[in-house]
Design a protein around this ligand. Structure first.
Ligand code: NAD
Length: 261
């Protein structure tokens, strides 16, 4: 495979840094975006890549840094929209509207802005591949962290919808949905996880799963990574098909592309 140009958000640590290392090892050029300047520069220096400071919840910064990445390397082939934060509040007495806007801004807006910024560059290149980090929390209920679950479900919905929409442009987009993995983000709950016997996914295993998602050729899929299991494409049930007033199955043109059971 010839070298490609990759943009990684949240590239200063955790999944982002691990994926950037793997891409650099196979010869790809990497551009890391993060708010952590020290960590981002350290990883970029290690990999001979480029670090650009970017808060992914800021539309103008995402547009400017994505354009800068394309200009610096003359192309954009792979985009890993991965920056994210936990919440630390619910929607009851502990709700914090300022913190709410911030986490939605990073975990959801950051992905939407990232896709929007990357698409023209990928079209100029004749195609590309996007992986968005959602979470297992985007596929199942998380009673202790409903807002995190909501923004990760939103990322999965975005990816499932964009998959077929972008296919004619030779652009794939998939969601990465891991369980708890060995990165800084689990710091505050590590003891709770260990005490309750939850196996923690090594960051290397997560990085490998992301590269599989990039290279799969699949699109619009959610790649579930559960501890101890191989990465798998999560299969959603279709919705029940509509019926006519007389109870016979309707066969509408289905311009929205929903799938039926
Ligand atoms: N580690 C897990 O258990 C786990 C499980 C499921 C999903 N995730 C998701 O994985 C993604 C990566 O997290 P991680 O586990 O590698 O943790 P991490 O904390 O090591 O990495 C997150 C990175 O995002 C950066 N970041 C935070 N806010 C930003 C912003 N506004 N703009 C740009 N960068 C910003 C941080 O500086 C950090 O480098 C997140 O989206 C997270 O929700 C993590």
């Amino acid at each position: 495979m010839s070298a490609r140009v990759a943009l990684v958000t949240g590239g200063a640590s955790g999944f982002g840094a691990e994926v950037a290392r793997r891409l650099a090892r196979r010869g790809d050029d990497v551009v890391l975006l993060d708010v952590d300047e020290e960590g981002g520069r350290r990883v970029a220096d290690e990999l001979g890549g480029t670090f650009l400071r970017c808060d992914v919840s800021d539309y103008a910064q995402v547009m400017a840094t994505t354009a800068e990445a394309e200009k610096a390397y003359g192309a954009l082939d792979l985009v890993f929209l991965n920056a994210g934060v936990t919440t630390g509040f619910g929607v009851d007495g502990d709700f914090d509207p300022v913190a709410y806007r911030r986490v939605m801004g990073i975990n959801l807006d950051g992905v939407v802005y990232g896709v929007h910024a990357a698409l023209p560059a990928m079209r100029r290149r004749g195609g590309g591949a996007i992986v968005c980090t959602a979470s297992m929390a985007g596929l199942t209920s998380v009673p202790l962290d409903p807002v995190y679950s909501a923004n990760k479900h939103a990322v999965v919905g975005l990816v499932r919808s964009l998959g077929p929409a972008l296919a004619p442009q030779n652009i794939t987009i998939n969601a990465f949905c891991p369980g708890f993995a060995e990165t800084a983000i689990i710091g505050p709950i590590r003891h709770m996880l260990e005490d309750s016997g939850v196996p923690i996914i090594p960051v290397e295993t997560a990085g490998e799963a992301v590269l599989q998602a990039f290279d799969s050729g699949e699109t619009g899929q959610a790649y579930l990574l559960q501890a101890g299991l191989e990465p798998m494409v999560y299969r959603f049930r279709g919705i029940p098909g509509p019926k006519n007033a007389d109870g016979t199955p309707a066969q509408p043109a289905n311009p929205q592309g929903w799938t039926t059971e």
